[in-house]
Ligand binder design. Structure first.
Ligand code: FAD
Ligand code: NAP
Length: 337
């Protein structure tokens, strides 16, 4: 196993923040984690990094960055309806989506083109276009730093919620996810309820959907709306969409008649954070190299040489203005280091 010192993380985070790690180790096999656990020459503070597409790096990291490179895709079981596939946590998420589609395994086609690794997918229960990854996760396997062993965490134990899981709370910093076992469908159950997908399929002249066509539609929509991190630094949605009480929503609607909402339960609705931020005048805002994307106000961007601190300050100002105008507390989705 290679352990390097004083390494720039700029190539390894999609915001493109140029911070340094005291120590850096690419992890290619789960067994290497046992070695790291007992290596007294390494600092105790560990940072687990996947594709770096959901982190904001605000300062140099005094500790060891463990860069997940564990590969492999294996079909482990199947029956008439389902196939179980165990995937190394360092596989690129979108590559796995394409692999599943090539094998006619359904369930993750709506999640095409989400950046990052398979191992990070359960952490925030990645979701897009009406689908969340929790729907197809059977089991997450991870190295528990304190128990010093690989442990399985079955779906029901992962406390999956909206962009949330146990790995952000009780198990935060306690587990290095090494693989994820998915239960995919042999018989597709198409989810085209998200308006933009139907429209895109029509535009593509497709009347009979297939999992490949849905992925193509999602890829086309995403490519037209979202900034490509290779061109402009960003980490996708910076904030979560807030869930508020229906009563609060009805009160807000008196002052802001066009405020959108999506039902969550009888008591709650989800309000698009991008709309709230846009109403506060932030869309397209730029201060130096830190800014708010001109097409999607939920995405904060680094035009070149912004620091993590500058993006953090911008996010703080956005939080304040949204709170002042709507009395809604936004929550950051991006993990801040
Ligand atoms: P990283 O950014 O490397 O890490 C994120 C967090 O997970 C960190 O706290 C890290 O310590 C932890 N972590 C990572 N890997 C492991 C592991 N193996 N074990 C333990 N902890 C780990 N997200 C969505 O949900 N839906 C979207 O549609 C979406 N679209 C996006 C579009 C763009 C353009 C971008 C830049 C981001 C988008 N995201 C989206 C956010 C992001 O892609 C996901 O959160 C993704 O799962 C992050 O994966 P990663 O490997 O890059 O994680
Ligand atoms: P959009 O289609 O412009 O919609 C704005 C918001 O309204 C979305 O965040 C979405 O919530 C909600 N919404 C829209 N139609 C909905 C429906 N039919 N049912 C329920 N909720 C609906 O959003 P966008 O920014 O282009 O993103 C499209 C999808 O990709 C969304 O699912 C979004 O979450 C996902 N995405 C996520 C990230 C990230 O970093 N997390 C980045 C880019 C895109 P939901 O977010 O709950 O779906």
């Amino acid at each position: 196993m290679q352990i390097l010192q004083n390494i720039s993380l700029k190539p390894f985070n999609t915001f493109g923040m140029d911070v340094y790690a005291d120590y850096y180790a690419p992890i290619t096999r789960p067994e290497e984690l046992a070695t790291i656990t007992v290596d007294a020459s390494l600092p105790a503070k560990r940072f687990v990094l996947g594709g770096g597409s959901n982190v904001l790096l605000t300062h140099n990291l005094h500790g060891v960055v463990l860069h997940n490179k564990i590969k492999g895709i294996e079909k482990v079981k199947e029956n008439a309806d389902h196939v179980w596939v165990t995937v190394g946590a360092g596989e690129v998420w979108h590559d796995f989506v394409m692999y599943a589609i090539a094998n006619y395994w359904a369930g993750i086609e709506n999640l095409a083109l989400i950046p990052g690794t398979v191992g990070a997918a359960p952490i925030q229960n990645i979701g897009a276009y009406g689908v969340e990854v929790k729907e197809v996760i059977d089991c997450v396997t991870g190295w528990h730093w304190e128990m010093k062993q690989l442990l399985p965490f079955y779906n029901s134990e992962c406390a999956f919620g909206y962009r949330d899981s146990i790995f952000k709370h009780q198990l935060k910093d306690k587990v290095f996810i090494t693989s994820v076992t998915f239960r995919l469908n042999k018989k597709p159950n198409y989810n085209t309820s998200y308006g933009a997908i139907e429209q895109e399929l029509q535009k593509m002249g497709i009347n009979e959907p297939s999992i490949a066509a849905i992925a193509d539609a999602v890829i086309a929509i995403r490519s037209s709306k979202l900034p490509n991190p290779r061109e402009i630094g960003n980490a996708g949605s910076f904030f979560k969409n807030p869930t508020i009480l229906v009563e609060q929503y009805n009160t807000l609607k008196e002052t802001f008649p066009t405020i959108p909402s999506y039902p969550v339960s009888e008591e709650n609705v989800k309000v698009p954070a991008g709309w709230l931020i846009e109403q506060c005048g932030w869309k397209g805002f730029r201060a130096g190299d830190a800014g708010v994307h001109e097409k999607q106000a939920l995405v904060l961007v680094n035009y070149g040489h912004a620091t993590g601190g500058a993006v953090w300050d911008l996010s703080d100002n956005i939080l304040k203005t949204v709170h002042d105008k709507f009395h809604i507390e936004l929550e950051r989705e991006v993990q801040v280091w």
